[in-house]
Design a binder for this molecule. Structure first.
Ligand code: HDE
Length: 668
């Protein structure tokens, strides 16, 4: 067994539950060997099936019950195992043991997801992405349940059901699937203006990531770190991907949703299988308890970021995802995350969204996983021992021995017995709280537009263009004109020019408000394109070849040397110069690649049309295109245009950069 496998306590634990059915005799669930599995038991071969057929009944009953409710949000997801490694002793800020020593390793399981769509919906829709990590620490499971966008739509958990109802398919006809571009979503936004900041992120390219391997993660809510001396800091969590943050373009994302609805799932799975293990660094922003009120926003408000320029991110360690699941249902579907799964040294703030989340996550598992014993499912078990007086319930597996299931007792000398904080027992941070009982929101949560404008002002020109296009698409799909008008009026608070252009694009009156929020502050860290990470690593390229192709082996070697993944595409399934093609131009599509190389001349008019499609789409989506031979291509694509090249070397450079935005006639 591979070394990383042996050193990963969680993977070793899961081994005990694995069953290999390969080459094994068929039996019933009771272990009875089965001699025949294709015909039910009948009276005569044309007669009725009889009650006695226990084999049929067992098989069919199991089938009838094999679906569980999908997650109420984040239903569509995919997951992988990995390891977190601590860079340095962080005991000055937290007593969490998994952050206590350089080189300390902790097994992890990460589930990425979309939010709005059903379990079978497409990966590349415009949506927030979930980024949930379970650390199997020696002190119990710690779950960091985050998103790829650092703020949220609502400030108080009590509004979450309303928000989710608004974004989900409309209840009368269950349309549209996995889309925010519809009336109820935008009606909610216009009437709940605390969502302004989040909407700006949601309309940015962050909501159409290129890969789960190329997006940031954020804890969103404000938590607490507490060290051994009891000193507390407010903390926000960040995951920073080694490959940088990259996105699709909207036209491409929509097409991928049809060509390969599993695009992100496949990308993660294939790259892990190929040994391209995704890596993310874990960072924290810290605010000392005594500095709680020093900012021009409330640090407990989940619709606000802590600008990285004001509160720098301290990097604590890195996570590498190096193993795919063996069984999607057993692991990815049954994993149960909860923001309340913490370890000593990690605690909560009074962020009202977080407070509500602390209830919701366990509650939802009760219905989804069918009762209170979901912690016994292999994927959810801690790797450290756990003992308490909880007993029974559906599907209980543990056989707790002895007569005692209560505390205090004398029969078993009070075991299991509580552990003092000095010996690792969890102790809640002793925050002093006083106040009147009241259903209200703090006045310090009332500024909904300053950070939304800060986000807008921090965007590069191309990002601004994409946000305006996304706004125009989404609001343009709203059928009720008055909702379109309300959205225009609302976003004039963020930027009057933006709202005026939006009004023109969606056919309503220019905004009534003529004055946006008066701030000019920026936070360059929120821009994806201001300081991009350029790389060719793990980018996927289609090379179109046929019998006219030359130097194939050399080209492949040059690309592989840059860690580029190549798929060979031709007009038919065949082997050329010793290479078997992976796809025909019919079984794949240009939208599925980061760049295209044309290395074969085709004469058949129908094939030429297909080739032109590859060229046009690659051009329209700003991706690099190498014309190693000159095909009879469409007019607009000419060597010399940005990112349109004629050699493998210049293609590699163009691919490193990624998108080539200065193509005047591109549509993406
Ligand atoms: Fe969640 N969220 N959420 N959420 N959330 C769930 O738990 C909830 C919020 C996030 O891959 C549910 O097991 C409330 C913010 C992720 O299994 C549920 C509120 C953030 C996942 C739930 C929020 C998240 C969930 C549905 C507002 C980013 C998928 C199924 C107060 C920090 C985890 C489940 C996975 C899942 C409730 C808001 C992230 C119903 C009440 C903010 C990544 O418990």
């Amino acid at each position: 067994m591979e070394e990383f496998y042996m050193s990963n306590k969680k993977l070793r634990q899961l081994e005990a539950y694995k069953v290999d059915d390969n080459n094994k005799p068929l039996s019933t669930n009771q272990g009875l060997l089965v001699s025949e599995d294709e015909h039910s038991l009948k009276i005569g071969s044309r007669g009725p099936t009889i009650m006695e057929d226990f084999h049929f009944r067992e098989k069919m009953t199991h089938f009838d019950h094999e679906r569980i409710p999908e997650r109420v949000v984040h239903a569509r997801g995919t997951a992988a195992h990995g390891v977190f490694e601590c860079y340095e002793d962080a005991s000055d800020i937290t007593k969490a043991n998994f952050l206590s020593a350089k080189g300390k390793q902790t097994p992890v399981f990460v589930r990425f997801s979309t939010v709005a769509g059903s379990r079978g919906s497409a990966d590349t829709v415009r949506d927030v992405r979930g980024f949930a990590t379970k650390f199997y620490t020696e002190e119990g499971n710690y779950d960091l349940v985050g998103n790829n966008i650092p703020v949220f739509f609502v400030q108080d958990a009590i509004k979450f059901p309303d928000f989710v109802h608004a974004v989900k398919p409309e209840p009368h006809n269950e349309i549209p699937q996995a889309q925010s571009a519809h009336d109820t979503f935008w009606d909610f936004i216009a009437n709940n203006q605390e969502s302004a900041h989040m909407v700006m992120w949601h309309l940015s390219d962050r909501a159409i990531p290129r890969s789960y391997r190329m997006m940031e993660g954020f804890g969103v809510n404000t938590y607490r770190f507490v060290n051994a001396a009891g000193k507390s800091h407010f903390v926000k969590f960040h995951w920073k991907p080694k490959l940088g943050v990259h996105s699709l373009v909207w036209d491409e994302a929509q097409k991928i949703a049809g060509k390969d609805p599993d695009f992100h799932r496949r990308d993660l799975y294939e790259n892990i299988e190929q040994g391209n293990f995704p890596e993310y660094e874990l960072g924290v922003q810290l605010i000392a308890e005594e500095d709680e009120f020093k900012f021009d926003f409330d640090i407990l408000d989940p619709t606000k970021i802590w600008p990285e320029e004001e509160v720098p991110v301290r990097i604590l360690g890195k996570m590498i995802l190096n193993k795919n699941v063996d069984n999607f249902f057993a692991e990815t579907e049954q994993v149960a995350f909860h923001v309340g799964h913490v370890v000593p040294g990690i605690d909560f703030s009074n962020d009202p969204l977080l407070q509500g989340r602390l209830f919701s996550y366990t509650d939802t598992q009760l219905i989804r996983l069918g009762g209170p014993n979901f912690h016994e499912l292999p994927i959810n078990r801690p790797v450290c021992p756990f003992h308490n007086n909880q007993r029974d319930g559906y599907g209980r597996q543990t056989i707790n021995v002895g007569p005692v299931s209560y505390h205090k007792n004398s029969i078993q000398q009070n075991t299991p017995s509580p552990v003092s904080p000095n010996d690792g027992g969890y102790e809640h941070y002793q925050e002093k709280v006083e106040g009147v009982k009241i259903r209200a929101r703090s006045k310090s949560f009332e500024d909904h537009f300053s950070q939304a404008r800060m986000f807008w002002l921090s965007m590069t020109d191309i990002e601004k263009e994409h946000i305006l296009k996304a706004f125009s698409f989404e609001v343009g799909k709203v059928t009720r004109v008055d909702i379109r008008q309300q959205v225009v009026d609302m976003f004039a608070n963020v930027d009057v020019d933006l709202a005026t252009q939006l009004a023109m694009n969606v056919g309503v009156q220019p905004p009534k408000i003529k004055q946006h929020v008066q701030i000019n502050k920026t936070s360059p860290a929120v821009s994806m394109y201001a300081n991009p990470i350029f790389s060719t690593e793990t980018k996927k390229v289609a090379m179109i070849i046929n019998e006219t192709t030359e130097d194939l082996a050399q080209i492949m070697n040059a690309l592989k040397a840059q860690k580029i993944t190549v798929e060979l595409v031709s007009d038919k399934q065949q082997t050329i110069l010793g290479f078997t093609v992976d796809h025909t131009m019919d079984t794949t599509s240009p939208v599925l690649y980061d760049g295209v190389i044309i290395a074969g001349k085709f004469n058949n008019p129908k094939t030429k049309n297909k080739l032109n499609h590859f060229i046009d789409e690659t051009y329209n989506h700003y991706k690099p295109l190498a014309l190693l031979v000159q095909p009879n291509s469409t007019q607009q694509v000419q060597p010399g245009d940005e990112g349109i090249v004629q050699t493998v070397e210049s293609f590699i450079e163009a691919l490193r950069i990624g998108r080539h935005w200065n193509r005047a006639t591109a549509i993406g």
